[in-house]
Structure formats: structure tokens, C-alpha cells
Design a protein around this ligand. Structure first.
Ligand code: 01A
Ligand code: AMP
Ligand code: MG
Length: 514
């Protein structure tokens, strides 16, 4: 078993002088040797701040270079790292940090976030900020300890948590997915086996995917470093700048959500000649609409393209090489053992080929998570007798390929982010003018699915702009806000009073009347 830190330090032994990571904000870059030294120095700084093995730590950061360093330094100290999405509102972030019982946080220098983090931490706990220290926080840039007496690296037990990654649930706080160190190798290897990567210093990756998601950390960042390639930091996604980096740095490996590729192709400076060094193009997180798939493949004619289906919980399960013309077709990956079971039925009620059912994934694979933090109830629902219930509806074709058909639940995937309608409905229902509301995902070229709210107003009148402002002022993260409001007289419901979301999806958003 190699942990993430092992992958990086062993890569550094192989090519100490090769560039490991390059920052897009300033001139900073680290060779593998310098990266190891930087991580050790920061880990020593954390240790002087009282951080040590067995504790739970957290980051709330975009893809800045400090984020990569902080994660590795926390692993070097054998802490369990909670990676929290900085796009969540401070109130929700604070609740997650409290729930996880973290001993320290590295976050941005946003005052409201610092305040929320401070209130979630035990009294006197160190709080590190990137981009300047505020109030009683410590500037991360000055977190360098003395490595002279720093303890030698002791590998953690395979079942120790490397990470707590978050995935949103129907209601309430996002669930913490506990990922052990033994999962690391499998979570890195699948991309090498299935996406056409080879070991070597020729690999140059642009870090499009957020480091706080499974794909961003394991498949983009760690895979690149373990191959002795160079990871180019992209601190805030900006398609114009991304194209500039691809061109000037001769990027070879791009791993993104469909929404990243949509943005790149629509950027004013996009030119296939600027991106022709890309030879490995991978997307994951959502279906890439067929029309976009065609455009991407024409824009990157020299790249081998792979569609990767996976989950935070079990990582890669299905994939498709050269997906053009078959956006919903996937096949099992090299370590996956999957089955299709009747929706709502027991796990051994396997559906015959050609029949829709829920995709179950072998949970005995090394890549699999250990359960949800503090949520034995949900863990027991999703992890059943060695199988993980994905919640995705698929159909197995006779030849062994799988076709993705939808979701068991009402989850929307916008830009590769999961959004549960219930969470948004709750916020909108609290508005005085809203009598009834249902949120659904509508097909969208940019976001794969876009959030739309069908609203029944009571006697009070309200505009969609006012409802949007209401959401902005709520605890809901901004990216979850509805992009369309459609005002209707009544919501279609069945005899059991359940909203018929399928019927709503058929209503054209052009029916929007403000
Ligand atoms: O009205 P405003 O100003 O608030 O609009 C803002 C944002 O709210 C909005 N926005 C979004 C989204 C979104 N996902 N859906 C709808 N709206 N994200 C942002 O866009 C306006 C501009 O805001 P921004 O902060 O500048 O946004 P960008 O930086 O341009 O963000 C767009 C991105 C596509 C980059 C961002 O959504 C993103 O990074 N998405 C990728 C998410 C991802 O990494 N998904 C994979 C998760 S791992 C789980 C998984 O699926 C998997 C798959 C395979 C696991 C394992 C395997 Cl093997
Ligand atoms: P998460 O719950 O954040 O780990 O996201 C995993 C979910 O994203 C899966 O259950 C799928 O619904 C969706 N997903 C991930 N990759 C793909 C893909 N390549 N195509 C379609 N849906 C995907
Ligand atoms: Mg942006």
C-alpha cells in the first residue's frame, strides 16, 4: 500500500530535480525535491501548532498551491483530512467542521469563513489562512517549522482514514465519505490503465478539477505526480487563462467535468492549434451532452478521449474510450465488479440484460470507502453485504456494455456537482409568496443539467429576481440556485400527493412567465 504522501515522496526519489508543481498566481514552482522539503517544513509548522497523528484536520480552499501542500503536510502528520467545498456558505462549512470535530483548519482569508471556522474549532486551536492573516488566524505562508528533529515517516494503517470527502444528501448536512489510505493506489491506477497515460516526466496536467473532490485530488493531482509529471495549478477556473496555460505550458493531460470543456470551447481565445499538445482528455462527474461531445472531439482531434463514470464512495466503476456518438454508454473498468439490481429490491435480485435497475458496485474493492462519518444509518442503507448502491439507474446490454438511464432519487447533477431538489425547495418554501414549489434538473448544454424551480405563488406577487435574491441570502450555496423560475398554477401530483417531477420536466422552460 502506498499513501498519497508515499506516492509523492517516492516520485521525488525518482526525479528529484523535475518540476512537480507550478503556481499560476506567481513565479513559485517546486521541483519534486523542493515539494517534499516544503511539505516537511509545513508539517513541522503544523506540529509546532499542536497538530499530530490521529487528529482530524480540514482545508476549505480553492486550487491554490497551498492547498496541495497543506493536504500533503496533514498526511505527513498522519491526520485525517476533511476537504470542504469553499463554495458552500460559511454557516454550512462551520457546521461540517464542528460535526467532524476538527483540530485545525486551513482556509481562505474570507472574514465570514474565518469567523465560522473559528467558532467551530476548540478554543485556542490554530487556524491558518491563505492570502493574509486576519484576526487571530495564522498566515499559512509563515507556517514553517524546524524539520531538524521532525519524526521519521511512519506509514498509517491501511484502514486509517486519509480523507473525509463530502457529498450532499437529500436533506441536512452533506455526508462525510471516509476514505482509507488503502484506497489510494486503486484510485490512482484506474486512470493510468483506462485513459492512455504512461509513466514519465512528459506528463503535464492542468488542474481543472477542484482538489476537494475525489477526481481533482486522486485523478488529476496525485496521478500526475505519481507518474513524475508536472501539475499546473489553476487557482480559479477561468477558461481564457486556462487556454493560455495549455498553450504556453504545452499541457498534455486535461481532466475536467463536461462544464469545463463547454467553457473552454466557448472562450473567445479558443483555437484548436492552441490546445494541440493535449493528448489525453478525460471527463467525469456528469453526462457530456452529445452535441458538446462532438464539438470537444473536433476541437481536440489529437487527444484520446475517455468518459469516466465514478463516485466519491467507490471511485471509478465504468468508463468509455472514445465516447463520441455514445454519451450514455459505459463499460466496467479494470478493477470494477458491478451488477444491476431491481430498484428498491434486495441486492441479489439481479436484473436480466436489457432491463433497467440500480447499479451496484463491489464494495470489497480496495478503492471503496469505509462508510459515512457519524452516519451509520445511511452507511447501512448504501453499503449492503459487500455491495455499494450508487443510486444510478442503468441497463446492461447483451454485449456487456451499460447504458446510463437516470437516477433512483431526484438528485440533479449540475456542472458535476450534486444538488438535491429538497434542499432548494425547503429554502423557497420559506418565502412568504411561495405556496408550492418543485425543483427539477432540465437538460443543459453548459451544465449537463440545470436547476429549474416550478413555483406556485399564493396571493402575493414575486419576481424570479426576488426569489433568486432570497436564495442568495439563504444558507444555500450559490451554485445550487435555480437558473430558471417557471410559474405555474398547480404542481402535478399523484394520488399519494407526491410531485410528479417527470411531468414537470416535460414542461418547456420557455413557459417562463415573470
Ligand atoms: O450566479 P452566480 O454568480 O452565483 O454563478 C456562478 C456560480 O454559482 C455558477 N456555478 C455553477 C456551478 C455548477 N456546478 N452548476 C451551476 N452553476 N459551478 C459554478 O457559475 C457562476 C460562476 O462561478 P465560478 O465560481 O466562477 O464558477 P466556475 O469556477 O466557472 O465553476 C464551474 C465549474 C465547472 C468549474 C465547477 O462547477 C466545477 O469545478 N465543477 C466540477 C465538479 C467536480 O469536480 N465534479 C466531480 C466530483 S467527484 C464525484 C464524481 O462524480 C466522480 C466521478 C468519477 C468520482 C470519481 C470518479 Cl472516478
Ligand atoms: P458524487 O456523488 O459526487 O460522488 O457523484 C457521483 C455521481 O455523479 C454518480 O453517482 C453519477 O450520478 C454522476 N456521474 C459521475 N460520473 C459520471 C459520468 N461520467 N457520466 C454520468 N454521470 C456521472
Ligand atoms: Mg469562473
Amino acid at each position: 500500500m502506498q499513501t498519497a504522501w508515499d506516492h509523492v515522496r517516492l516520485a521525488a526519489e525518482r526525479t528529484p530535480g523535475h518540476l512537480a508543481i507550478v503556481d499560476d498566481q506567481n513565479d513559485r514552482s517546486y521541483t519534486f525535491q523542493q515539494l517534499v522539503e516544503e511539505v516537511e517544513a509545513v508539517a513541522a509548522g503544523f506540529m509546532e501548532g499542536g497538530i499530530g497523528p490521529g487528529q482530524r484536520t480540514a482545508t476549505v480552499l480553492p486550487n491554490v498551491i497551498e492547498h496541495a501542500v497543506a493536504i500533503l503536510a496533514f498526511h505527513r502528520l498522519r491526520t485525517e483530512v476533511c476537504l470542504v467545498n469553499p463554495r458552500l456558505k460559511p454557516e454550512e462549512i462551520g457546521a461540517l467542521l464542528r460535526e467532524a470535530g476538527v483540530s485545525t483548519v486551513v482556509c481562505t482569508s474570507d472574514a465570514a469563513l474565518i469567523d465560522a471556522a473559528r467558532r467551530a474549532l476548540p478554543r485556542g486551536a490554530p487556524l491558518y489562512t491563505c492570502g493574509g492573516a486576519l484576526e487571530d488566524s495564522i498566515n499559512f505562508a509563515s507556517c514553517h517549522g524546524n524539520t531538524l528533529h521532525f519524526p521519521d515517516w511512519v506509514s498509517p494503517e491501511p484502514e486509517e482514514n486519509a480523507f473525509i470527502l463530502y457529498t450532499s444528501g437529500t436533506t441536512g448536512l452533506p455526508k462525510g465519505v471516509m476514505i482509507p489510505h488503502r484506497a489510494t493506489d486503486a484510485r490512482v491506477l484506474y486512470a493510468v490503465v483506462q485513459c492512455g497515460l504512461r509513466h514519465g516526466t512528459h506528463n503535464r496536467a492542468l488542474g481543472l478539477m477542484p482538489l476537494f473532490h475525489a477526481v481533482g485530488f486522486y485523478s488529476s493531482f496525485l496521478t500526475t505526480l505519481s507518474l513524475n509529471g508536472t501539475y499546473y495549478v489553476h487557482s480559479h477556473f477561468n477558461p481564457v487563462q486556462a487556454i493560455e496555460i495549455i498553450k504556453t505550458q504545452k499541457i498534455t493531460f486535461l481532466y475536467g467535468a463536461p462544464a469545463h470543456f463547454h467553457a473552454l470551447l466557448t472562450a473567445p481565445n479558443f483555437d484548436p492549434n492552441s490546445v494541440n499538445t493535449v493528448n489525453t482528455l478525460v471527463y467525469a462527474g456528469a453526462v457530456m451532452p452529445g452535441a458538446l461531445l462532438d464539438r470537444v472531439s473536433r476541437a481536440f482531434p489529437g487527444a484520446l478521449m475517455t468518459n469516466i463514470y465514478g463516485t466519491t464512495e467507490v471511485m471509478n466503476s465504468l468508463y468509455m474510450s472514445e465516447p463520441v456518438g455514445r454519451p450514455f454508454t459505459l463499460r466496467p473498468g479494470f478493477y470494477s465488479n458491478v451488477r444491476v439490481a431491481r430498484v428498491g429490491g434486495p441486492i441479489d435480485e439481479v436484473c436480466p440484460d436489457g432491463e433497467e435497475g440500480e447499479l451496484l458496485v463491489d464494495a470489497t474493492s480496495d478503492a471503496c470507502f469505509r462508510g459515512y462519518l457519524n452516519r451509520p444509518d445511511v452507511t447501512a442503507e448504501r453499503l449492503v453485504d459487500g455491495w455499494y448502491r450508487t443510486g444510478d439507474i442503468v441497463l446492461r446490454q447483451e454485449g456487456g456494455d451499460f447504458e446510463l438511464r437516470g437516477r433512483v432519487d431526484d438528485m440533479i447533477i449540475s456542472g458535476g456537482e450534486n444538488i438535491h431538489p429538497e434542499e432548494i425547495e425547503l429554502v423557497l418554501m420559506n418565502h412568504a409568496a411561495v405556496q408550492d414549489v418543485a425543483v427539477v434538473g432540465l437538460p443543459d448544454d453548459q451544465w449537463s443539467e440545470r436547476v429549474a424551480a416550478f413555483v406556485v405563488l399564493n396571493k402575493k406577487d414575486v419576481t424570479s429576481t426576488a426569489l433568486d435574491q432570497w436564495c442568495k441570502n439563504s444558507t444555500l450555496a450559490n451554485y445550487k440556485r435555480p437558473r430558471d423560475y417557471i410559474f405555474v398554477d398547480v404542481l402535478p401530483r399523484n394520488a399519494a400527493n407526491k410531485i410528479l417531477r417527470g411531468e414537470l420536466k416535460k414542461l418547456s422552460p420557455d413557459a417562463n412567465t415573470e
